[in-house]
Write a protein that binds this ligand. Structure first.
Ligand code: NAD
Ligand code: TDX
Length: 351
């Protein structure tokens, strides 16, 4: 039996990852350390709530003592660090917590893992620290070209800068101590359990509630979209086969403009649920400060070296996703109250 410490496992990608791992393997138990910020939700883990191989601990990754206790109690084989403040717009309003969690939290996890794993003659090669990072650390692309693992880091938002700083600390633990690490940098994810502050679930939620659909700037910024289960399979591949110290970009060449995404959601909902929903709901609003124009991942390395490729096309994934939110409207309604209402009003005013 292997034991993974998954941080941020009550968030969007972390919960999908835990469900994927427990469904796929019988010999892995997961300690899920999540502080349950506004973005953490144990409802995301209903599918595995009675599974004894999922052990939840309400823990802040910055808390040395609490993380230390987890390592004392369990023989952790692998840390998968999803825990983060993850929303660019929130980082523009309030960067401080991004530095605290994303930078200092990652450093704390590295340090506790190092103490537990380091032996006299170095590290046990079976142990691994996986840092879940993002394509945003590379900055923004023009109309051509892609981010490779060798692209220089050039983050723009406070969120992206905090993730880039964390990546560099992880790299330093490899360069200095030869700690067994990998960094993964994935493009925009979409799928079930994504918090409705992010573009796709926000647009779906607003369509379902017949509210205006905010599109920043000219709507022509491009993001490279990956279905969350494909991301989870890629991380699994990196844990099992990734060469120590390496960075792996993850993406599936699914670049779309934001306005294309918004129109796709409207069309699906109009054809399948409510034909009164139409493009009149679109509202162009003030652009995001420092808005990156285009992201595009070159996934050649993970494809060639680890044999991973995405299995869900964008057309299939977006349909599955919209359908999931329609079926799970109660989950959305549960979130879209309280803190979310205040956030929405602060961000979008009276749309
Ligand atoms: P999310 O915001 O949905 O979830 C983050 C989780 O971390 C939440 O459950 C939250 O409670 C927890 N958390 C926050 N601060 C914590 C702390 N101090 N201690 C313990 N737990 C804490 O985020 P997500 O979209 O699932 O992203 C997960 C990771 O993947 C992040 O590191 C993010 O940078 C990265 N990533 C996300 C995307 C994307 O498109 N969503 C793409 C690439 C990389
Ligand atoms: O209301 C909106 N209107 C709009 O036009 C929102 C919320 C977003 N947008 C635009 C901004 C972006 O160009 O849509 C695009 C996607 O925005 P987000 O969903 O906020 O994602 P992004 O900023 O691209 O960052 C995401 O991908 C990389 C995740 O939030 C990060 O955690 C991840 O690292």
């Amino acid at each position: 039996m292997k034991t993974y410490l998954v941080t941020g496992g009550a968030g969007f990608i972390g919960s999908n990852f835990i469900i994927y791992i427990l469904k796929t393997y019988g010999d892995i138990q997961i300690i899920n350390a999540d502080m349950l910020t506004y973005a953490g939700n144990l409802e995301n883990l209903k599918e595995v709530e009675n599974n004894p191989k999922h052990i939840f601990a309400k823990v802040d990754i910055c808390d040395k003592e609490a993380i230390g206790k987890i390592f004392e109690k369990y023989a952790i084989d692998c840390v998968v660090n999803f825990a983060a403040e993850s929303h660019v717009d929130r980082s523009i309003y309030d960067p401080e917590v991004f530095v605290r969690t994303n930078v200092l939290g990652t450093q704390n996890l590295l340090n506790v893992a190092k103490k537990a794993w380091e032996k006299k003659n170095g590290f046990d090669r079976e142990k691994k620290f996986i840092q879940i990072s993002t394509d945003e650390v590379y900055g923004s692309l023009g109309d051509v070209g892609y981010f490779t693992e060798n692209t220089a880091l050039d983050p723009h938002s406070p969120y992206a800068a905090s993730k880039a700083a964390a990546d560099l600390i992880v790299k330093a633990y490899y360069d200095t101590y030869k700690m067994p690490v990998n960094i993964t940098r994935c493009s925009n994810n979409y799928g079930s359990y994504q918090f409705p502050e992010k573009l796709i679930p926000l647009i779906i939620n607003n369509c379902l509630n017949k509210k205006a659909l905010p599109v920043y700037g000219d709507g022509l910024n491009v993001r490279d979209w990956l279905y969350v289960e494909d991301h989870c399979r890629a991380i699994d591949r990196v844990i099992r086969k990734g060469s120590i110290g390496e960075v792996y970009n993850i993406g599936g060449h699914n670049e779309r403009t934001n306005i294309y995404i918004v129109k796709t959601v409207i069309k699906y909902i109009s054809e399948n649920l409510d034909n009164t929903i139409n493009e009149d709901l679109i509202k162009y609003v003030e652009d995001r400060k420092g808005h990156d124009r285009r992201y595009g991942i070159d996934p050649s390395k993970i494809k060639e070296e680890l044999g991973w490729k995405p299995t869900t096309s964008f057309e299939e994934g977006i349909k599955k996703t919209i359908h999931w939110y329609i079926k799970n409207k109660a989950w959305l309604d549960g979130i879209a109250s309280g803190e979310y209402t205040n956030y929405f009003e602060k961000m979008y005013g009276n749309l």
